[in-house]
Design a protein around this ligand. Structure first.
Ligand code: KIV
Length: 272
């Protein structure tokens, strides 16, 4: 039996740490399917997040709560089949880890075994410490997620900026230190003041990945449908839109409909 070593150097947690250590920013984007993940990977993104934002952008739910573990595994395995270089992290969905650490471990193992992903992501700090520790001790890398944690939306009631008050900011810093001490390899900081994100980034040694957390973090993440202009109603201040694919797609579909109605498509060259 021969082993063919790939020419492409895959991203690892060690490389992500080395990027922080040498001041190279980490790029991360979401993807939920094979075709988009191929494009994102070929374009050179470092981390692909199979986010539970799939619940919103793929399934049309109002929140991330309804998506199931089976659905996350389906999305993740489609992404993994496409990826040659990026590090793939998958959200453990709401209801699949909050019960207890055995449930959390079972969910993480299902994701790793059934999708072939490289890591899992979980929302929360001190309250999920036991689960994070248990998953890490099974050899599964864990990415933390602090600040705006969409799985707790009904506890807070809004998607507004988090940790603006001193006590919430101190708790967030403490949580980041707990996640680092547990052995997490990185932490997402969502929608918090830029000053606080900078402080967290300076006070912990593992990479921080920001979304609405300003420039002084170790990397940035966006939801792919938002940055490509496929979703049109979600326009938070932190979002930079790099394309207007929504308009491009609608124009293409309108042309197609017209061509079909006008009996212009297919023409002779497009027929057998
Ligand atoms: O689910 C997701 O897309 C996320 C990002 C917003 C970080 O968690």
């Amino acid at each position: 039996m021969s082993i063919h070593k790939s020419e492409i150097k895959k991203i690892t947690t060690h490389q992500l740490q080395a990027m922080k250590d040498r001041g190279e920013k980490i790029s991360m984007l979401t993807a939920y399917d094979f075709s988009m993940a191929s494009l994102v990977d070929e374009a050179g993104v470092d981390i692909i997040l199979v986010g539970d934002s799939a619940s919103n952008v793929m399934a049309g739910h109002e929140t991330t709560l309804p998506i199931t573990l089976d659905q996350m595994i389906y999305h993740a395995s489609s992404v993994v089949r496409a990826v040659k270089r990026a590090f793939v992290v998958v959200d453990i969905p709401f209801g699949s880890y909050q019960g207890n650490s055995s449930e959390a471990l079972r969910s993480a193992i299902r994701i790793m075994k059934e999708s072939g992903a490289h890591s899992v992501k979980m929302e929360g700090g001190a309250e999920i410490k036991e689960s994070v520790t248990r998953i890490l001790s099974a050899g599964v890398p864990v990415m933390g997620h602090l600040g705006l944690t969409p799985q707790s939306i009904y506890k807070f009631g809004t998607y507004s900026v988090r940790a603006k008050e001193e006590d919430e900011a101190e708790k967030l810093i403490e949580d980041a230190k707990i996640l680092e001490a547990c052995g997490c390899y990185a932490i997402v900081l969502e929608k918090i003041p830029a000053k606080l994100a900078k402080r967290v980034t300076e006070e912990i040694n593992i990479p921080t990945i920001g979304i609405g957390a300003g420039p002084d973090v170790d990397g940035q993440v966006l939801v792919i449908h938002d940055m490509l202009g496929i979703t049109t109603e979600f326009k938070p201040r932190f979002l930079r839109q790099y394309a207007d694919l929504g308009t491009t797609i609608k124009e293409a579909v309108t042309s197609y409909v017209k061509d079909v109605k006008d009996k212009d498509f297919p023409n002779e060259k497009e027929s057998y």
